[in-house]
Design a protein around this ligand. Structure first.
Ligand SMILES: [Zn+2]
Ligand SMILES: [Zn+2]
Length: 164
């Protein structure tokens, strides 16, 4: 059945507007994958792609395409903050994990997400990229890889909510 999850995150404290921080329209989200029948598989979603990519497992199933997409990707700029909201559609079917016997769920029992961002360093005149994810020690301060300046503050774990 088709499931939709809402993923939201925010970077605040964008003290230096010159780095032009922005959210990139791609994310990794853990899904209980009905194809390889494993729970908590990291699955890559890219906006405007018609399918997603399951990372499979180290032993057994390799990476494979799966039914999923980013249905909506919106960013909002506020005062010293950049928020992102993505709606992720993915196909889910019940199964029992072939390795640990866990029952599949939607979303997966401990949802994990990684969101990607980009920026432009005014000093180096070069672009950079980075990511934030669920399991980070917060507050986390992503820095520019060129000039080492703080880009902002990642103060809250991204939220994952099942809509349907
Ligand atoms: Zn899979
Ligand atoms: Zn910089």
């Amino acid at each position: 059945m088709l499931r939709t999850a809402e993923i939201t995150a925010e970077l605040s404290g964008l003290e230096d507007p010159h780095h032009r921080f922005y959210w990139r329209p791609r994310l990794e989200f853990s899904v209980d994958c009905f194809i390889c029948e494993r729970t908590g598989r990291t699955t890559l979603f890219e906006h405007e792609a018609e399918r997603a990519l399951c990372s499979g497992s180290r032993s057994g199933f390799q990476r494979h395409h799966t039914a999923g997409r980013i249905a909506a990707f919106d960013t909002t700029s506020g005062r010293e903050r950049e928020a992102v909201r993505a709606l992720v559609d993915f196909w889910w079917a019940p199964f029992t994990d072939t390795r640990d016997g866990r029952e599949a769920a939607a979303p997966t029992s401990r949802p994990w997400v990684r969101l990607h961002f980009g920026y432009m360093c005014p000093e180096a005149d070069e672009s950079g990229a980075g990511s934030i994810q669920t399991n980070l020690v917060r507050p986390y301060h992503p820095t520019c890889k060129h000039c080492d300046r703080r880009l902002g503050v990642d103060g809250e774990t991204p939220s994952v909510r099942l809509l349907t």
